[in-house]
Every structure is written in C-alpha cells, then in structure tokens.
Design a protein. Structure first.
Length: 364
C-alpha cells in the first residue's frame, strides 16, 4: 500500500529531499484501497508541543500520530513563528514568514498527493490564515506534479498566486506543471484573526500587514469548511476574519460556529492554565467531529481524551500581555448566513439579545 509512509518527516529534514528534485515517473492514480488522507496542520504564533501546552491544533496532531501506520493518513504539522529574541521580535508581531510557511506546506502536499486522495487543512489563529491561503493557492493553481516540483517552481507558482495579475502566465504554468481541480475535502480553522496572531499590545498598529491578497472567500474546490469563533474576545487587534458565503458554490457546506470564550479558549492556547482545557475542548471536539464526518479516520477512543465543559474557567482577554490591549470592542455576530451559535452558548446569546439561524438553516 502506498500511503503508510512515515506520516511526518519534519519540515527541515524532509524539504531538502523535496526540493532536490524528483526523477521517477508520476505514480498512477491509486486504487480505492490505496487512497490517502493528507492532513496539513498549521499552528498559531508561539505555539508549543510541550506536553500540557498544546493548542487544539497540537492536540489534533498528537491524536492523529496515534493512528496505526496502515490507517491511510499522512500528517504535516508546523508550529507558528517562535520567539527568537528582541532582534527578531518583529517577525512574531507582523506575522513575517507566513509566505514561507504556505510554500513549505504546498511543496509537501504536491509531493505526496495523488488523484483520488483526500486533502484536509486545519489551522489556528495565524495558522488559520495560512491554511486559508493555502486553500486559495490550491484552488487557483492546483498542485505541482511531483516530477515538476522544485523550490524555484514553488516560489514562481506562489508569486503568480500572490500577485494575481498575469492570467496568461497562470494558465501556462498550470497547464505545463500542475494538476488542476484538486478538491479540498475539509478546511477547519479556529478563530482567524487579521493581526496574524500578534500577542503584543500597541505595537501591532505600527507594523505592516504584508498579506492583503489572502482571500476571505471560499474557492469552489473547498467542499466542507468550518470555523470556530470566540464570542468573548474583545481585543480589536484580534478582530476575526469570517468567510463571506454570499457567492458560495451549490453543495458547498460552510458553518462558522460561535463558542463562549476568548481567542485562546477557542484555539486552546491556554498559557499553562490547565483548568481552562475543558472549555477549549468544546470547540476541539466539535471540529474533530466535523472532520471525522468527512472521512478523516480518528482513534476509536478519541472523545474520551477530551472532556469538555463550556463553563470551565476561561483564559480571558486580560491575562499576561492581554491587559495592555487598550482598544476593545465586542465582536459583531450575525454578518453572514453561515454563522451559528453553539448550543453551549445559548444562554450567553439570550442574555445579550443575539439570535442566529439554526445549524440546519445554515447548512441549507
């Protein structure tokens, strides 16, 4: 069976082999028994896989790594930008490096994907921004064929996507080197924010946001899209980016679910506060259930690993550096027809006079 290769080679050990070039002929389309599910997980800024400190994306990675090697699942995980001292603090604050992150994930998927495989993209905060952009790149450009894959070509593909101006060059590039019409089975994200995961006050206003081309809409090749959103986040720097589904394709399934909690609660970035984990698990279990419904294989006991309690303590908006974010505003709820309140937030919404459509209406 082709699929059960090592599921995660590590971005630094694996990429030199990718960009070293491919000599073999393209593989034939897989038989049904050989279909792989390729899962790309892009985490938030300053995320950690240290035991007890994982975000919801980190916990998803650990969960999938517990699958047997013949499960037909390949995994790519990448943490967000890490703190590397004051000289490089601007990288964390401005989200510098997101383009390289997208290119690395795109190269991995291009090397791994075969027609008929499933593609699942998941991310949190800045990583959510990155996987949304990766989905847009796949939608517009397709995936490079393995025999055409090298670093220069990945960068050229990405530049064509980024600028979006030369349609003739796009058509020529995709016809010569790419697989078009690559569907994304599931796109699942936690609380995408415009600030790209900036965690520091005041400074964010004076930094450039170098990614204006990343799309807020869903391309036609995204089959199922889910976003978990934080009702209680008030920092303006963390204003969420919702999908605009007014032009959604027929049959495309989009739900943007609001949960009680702050940005960190929804994404599971708890800064060591273990007592807040059951609250974060509410969004985590919802997202995993939605992914499982599209065909993602999970360990049989996965629900028992994540006890959920929407009334557990919150990490809040004012812990650590959060208290210095002076500009505050309640999030606007109900701008898009795909927005839904999670049942655990019903009392919260009723107290504030908020009404949204039910899940069945949103799906239809």
């Amino acid at each position: 069976m082709r699929c059960p290769l090592p599921r995660s080679d590590g971005i630094w050990g694996w990429l030199p082999r990718v960009f070293g070039g491919f000599r073999q002929a393209p593989e034939p389309a897989p038989t049904p028994q050989e279909i792989c599910t390729h899962v790309i997980l892009l985490d938030g800024t300053m995320s950690s896989l240290a035991p007890g400190d994982e975000t919801n994306i980190g916990l998803t990675y650990r969960l999938l790594m517990d699958l047997p090697r013949d499960a037909g699942v390949r995994i790519y995980y990448e943490p967000g930008i890490q703190w590397r001292g004051l000289r490089r603090a601007h990288e964390v604050m401005a989200g510098i490096g997101i383009n390289r992150q997208i290119c690395r994930a795109y190269a991995w998927l291009s090397a791994s994907y075969r027609p008929g495989d499933r593609v699942i993209l998941m991310g949190y905060s800045r990583g959510a921004y990155a996987v949304r952009s990766l989905g847009g790149l796949i939608d517009q450009m397709g995936l490079l064929r393995p025999e055409a894959l090298n670093q220069a070509r990945v960068e050229e593909i990405y530049e064509l996507y980024r600028t979006g101006r030369d349609r003739t060059a796009v058509a020529e590039m995709t016809a010569a080197y790419c697989r078009a019409d690559v569907p994304v089975t599931f796109l699942g994200i936690y609380d995408t924010v415009r600030a790209l995961g900036i965690r520091y006050p005041l400074v964010w206003r004076f930094l450039p946001l170098p990614h204006p081309y990343h799309t807020h809409t869903l391309g036609p090749h995204i089959e199922v899209a889910r976003q978990a959103l934080a009702l209680d986040e008030t920092r303006v720097a963390y204003r969420p980016i919702l999908w605009d589904t007014s032009g959604a394709e027929p049959g495309q399934s989009v739900v943007q679910m609001w949960f009680k909690g702050s940005h960190g609660d929804i994404g599971g970035q708890l800064n060591g506060r273990a007592e807040a984990r059951p609250r974060a698990n509410v969004a985590l279990t919802w997202m995993l259930e939605e992914a499982e419904a599209t065909g993602l294989r999970l360990p049989p006991d996965w629900r028992a690993r994540f006890p959920a309690d929407p009334d557990a303590p919150s990490v809040g908006n004012f812990t650590g550096f959060g208290k210095f974010f002076w500009e505050r505003r309640r999030r606007e709820v109900g701008r898009d027809a795909s927005e839904v309140l999670h049942p655990s937030a019903a009392a919260w919404a009723k107290a504030r006079g908020i009404e949204l459509v039910d899940l069945e209406t949103a799906l239809n």
